[in-house]
Ligand binder design. Structure first.
Ligand code: GLN
Length: 445
């Protein structure tokens, strides 16, 4: 009830696409009843979660923030959602996001922008902007989001909460609406690392429905103790000198470096010579994958169908033209271009090679050190509407977050106070499958 009141009182933030109020209350009442009769309950009994509007929840709408799927009801549960429900989580609603998770400000949603609760004139980040504000505004305990290139860490940092993406494949993608399949992961946003660790523990692990989720042991992430010993942390020194980085974030990063040194950790400056290639590589590969993934929305099988269409080709064209927003169309066109014969080798093939170089370089660093420390975003949350006409500026702002997705590494955004009234965060990245080490380190901070 408290969370539902918080939702009602803050409708102007536009956090939820749909709230499952009666259903959540009924589930809570059933759990109270079961508990009073001494029945055993799952590990998430009483835990109220929000889910981003890209995760399938049987019998509920899921639209990926798009007119294309506005009236679509999922016939099945995503594996992550199923595992939460199996442990008695209470799902309070689905949160607003950028259309098909494409964006960094939550302004590309069919349902309008979500507002940052720290300053309603500013964006909450994206694409999991609704998820971040759902935690920030106290409308749930923890939020489930997704990350293709930063969609959990960046909004978390803009809203002053924790945001975590696991290793690629750690959590099944079954039932997560696809954007860039070799990048997409389910992630979590919360007020602390313990809540996130528990959700990871419940949802991680092999799944017969996702061949990229391997049978690696799932550790008791929520039970990990804090890491007392000295850790070796690398940071990219020239990044902190860059003019592209907001001075307030620079200052916050320097303070974080000093704080970590004071606690006895080793901080080593290093060079990363591929920064200029990170964003182009990410946008060649993800738009290529998106153009393929989004070809399923053809106006025939499910989703929006144009009432004006006359024949098959016309149905494809009109349904996709009317159903997809501007940014999604831009990316489908970009992706189709980089995959087209004659350009495939020059763009797609080349980007795959650069991705491998970036991956090898980062993993080389993490062979010799424990973590990589980075800013999350080069800027503070910007005013709603300010960047709508400048997609390239938006893409460039993803430079620090897309690295972890390009290399498939686990990473977490950690709140580091505020600049004025606006939240600032920093991020730590670890080697593949090192979730336990990363989360226990952050717990100790
Ligand atoms: N901002 C990035 C993009 O637009 C990342 C989005 C995401 O992680 N889903 O692609």
């Amino acid at each position: 009830r408290q969370y539902l009141h918080a939702i009602d009182d803050q409708r102007y933030l536009n956090i939820y696409v749909e709230v499952y109020g009666d259903e959540a209350l009924a589930t809570a009442a059933r759990q109270d009843e079961a508990r009073s009769q001494g029945a055993g309950l799952g590990r998430l009994a009483g835990v109220v979660v929000s889910i981003k509007d890209v995760l399938c929840y049987a019998g509920h709408g899921v639209s990926a923030g798009s007119a294309m799927l506005e009236n679509f009801v999922s016939p099945y549960n995503a594996t992550a959602v199923q595992r939460l429900l199996d442990e008695d989580a209470i799902i309070i609603g689905r949160t607003n996001c950028d259309e098909f998770a494409m964006g960094s400000g939550n302004e590309n949603s069919h349902y309008g922008p979500t507002r940052n609760a720290a300053d309603v004139a500013r964006v909450p980040g994206g694409s999991s902007g609704g998820a971040a504000v759902s935690v920030q505004a106290g409308t749930c305990l923890v939020a489930v989001g997704s990350s293709t290139g930063g969609s959990v860490r960046q909004p978390a940092s803009f809203c002053g909460v924790y945001g975590f993406k696991p290793t690629y494949g750690r959590i099944s993608r079954h039932g997560l609406i696809a954007y860039g399949s070799s990048f997409d992961v389910v992630g979590f946003l919360g007020n602390n690392v313990e809540d996130i660790a528990l959700l990871l523990e419940v949802t991680a692990g092999a799944d017969g429905r996702d061949a990229t989720a391997p049978n690696k042991p799932v550790l008791p992430y929520s039970k990990t103790t804090t890491e007392p010993e000295q850790q070796s942390i690398v940071y990219f020194a020239d990044l902190l000198e860059s003019d592209a980085l907001d001075p307030a974030i620079k200052k916050s990063m320097q303070e974080t470096i000093e704080r970590l040194k004071d606690r006895g950790h080793t901080l080593t400056p290093a060079k990363f010579s591929y920064f200029d290639y990170v964003v182009p590589t990410y946008y060649v590969l993800t738009t290529a994958e998106a153009s393929s993934n989004l070809s399923r929305y053809d106006g025939m099988r499910y989703g929006y169908r144009s009432p004006e269409a006359t024949d098959l080709a016309d149905t494809y064209t009109k349904s996709r033209t009317e159903g997809f927003g501007v940014e999604v169309q831009r990316r489908i066109l970009l992706g189709t271009f980089v995959l087209s014969s004659g350009y495939y080798d020059a763009y797609y093939g080349k980007a795959q090679k650069v991705r491998r170089l970036i991956h090898d370089h980062l993993r080389g660093i993490l062979d010799a050190h424990d973590f990589i420390l980075m800013p999350v975003s080069p800027s503070l949350p910007w005013p709603v509407g300010e960047r709508l006409d400048d997609p390239v500026a938006n893409y460039l702002a993803d430079v620090y977050t897309v690295l972890a997705n390009l290399a498939g590494l686990p990473a977490i955004a950690i709140p580091a106070g505020t600049a004025g009234h606006l939240p600032v965060g920093f991020q730590l990245m670890a080697d593949q499958w090192e979730e336990s080490k990363l989360l226990s380190f952050v717990k100790g901070l």
